[in-house]
Ligand binder design. Structure first.
Ligand SMILES: NC(=O)c1ccc[n+]([C@@H]2O[C@H](COP(=O)([O-])OP(=O)(O)OC[C@H]3O[C@@H](n4cnc5c(N)ncnc54)[C@H](O)[C@@H]3O)[C@@H](O)[C@H]2O)c1
Length: 127
C-alpha cells in the first residue's frame, strides 16, 4: 500500500513512517520542518519505498499531487504546543485548522475517486 504521512518528521509521524516502511509499504512524508527534524527519519532516506516532500499541508496544490496515489493518510501535521497557541493563536490556529480542512477535503476527494472507479469497474463487469 501507498501511504502518506503528514508531519512525518515529528514525534508520532516519524514512528508511523518507520512502522509502515518496516511492514513493506510505500511512504510519502509531507513535512514543513516547523518543529519536526529530518534526523528523526534520516535512516529512511536511503529506502527506495520512502519519499520526502518538504512543504506545508496548507498548500492545496502540493497536497493534490501527493494525495494522488495514496491508499491511506496518517494526518499528524500540527503545531501541538499549548503555550505557543496561547502566545500566538493567530499564527497557529489557521495552520492547524486550515491544514486539517485541506487534508480532509483531499481525503474526501480520494474516497470519492476510489468509489467511482470501483463502481465504474463493477458496472463495466456487468455490461
Ligand atoms: N505526542 C503526544 O503525546 C500526543 C498525544 C496526543 C495527541 N497528539 C497529537 O498528534 C499529532 C502529532 O503530534 P506530535 O507529538 O508528533 O507533534 P510534533 O510536533 O512532533 O509533530 C508535528 C509535525 O508536524 C509538522 N508540521 C507542522 N505544521 C505543518 C504543516 N503546515 N505542514 C506540514 N507539516 C507540518 C511539524 O514540523 C512536526 O514535524 C498532533 O496533532 C498532536 O496534537 C500527540
Amino acid at each position: 500500500m501507498n501511504y502518506l504521512v503528514t508531519g512525518g518528521a515529528g514525534f508520532i509521524g516519524s514512528h508511523i513512517a518507520e512502522y509502515l516502511i518496516d511492514h513493506g509499504h510505500d511512504v510519502t512524508v509531507v513535512e514543513y520542518l516547523f518543529s519536526g527534524k529530518k534526523e528523526n527519519i534520516r535512516h529512511l532516506f536511503d529506502n527506495p519505498h520512502f519519499h520526502f516532500v518538504q512543504g506545508s499541508i496548507t498548500d492545496s496544490g502540493l497536497l493534490k499531487d501527493t494525495f494522488k496515489n495514496a491508499d491511506g493518510i496518517f494526518h499528524q501535521a500540527a503545531i501541538p504546543s499549548v503555550p505557543r497557541s496561547i502566545e500566538n493563536p493567530a499564527f497557529e490556529t489557521p495552520l492547524n485548522i486550515q491544514g486539517s480542512i485541506i487534508d480532509i477535503t483531499e481525503i474526501q476527494r480520494m474516497v470519492r475517486c476510489a468509489w467511482h472507479s470501483r463502481t465504474h469497474r463493477r458496472n463495466r463487469e456487468f455490461m
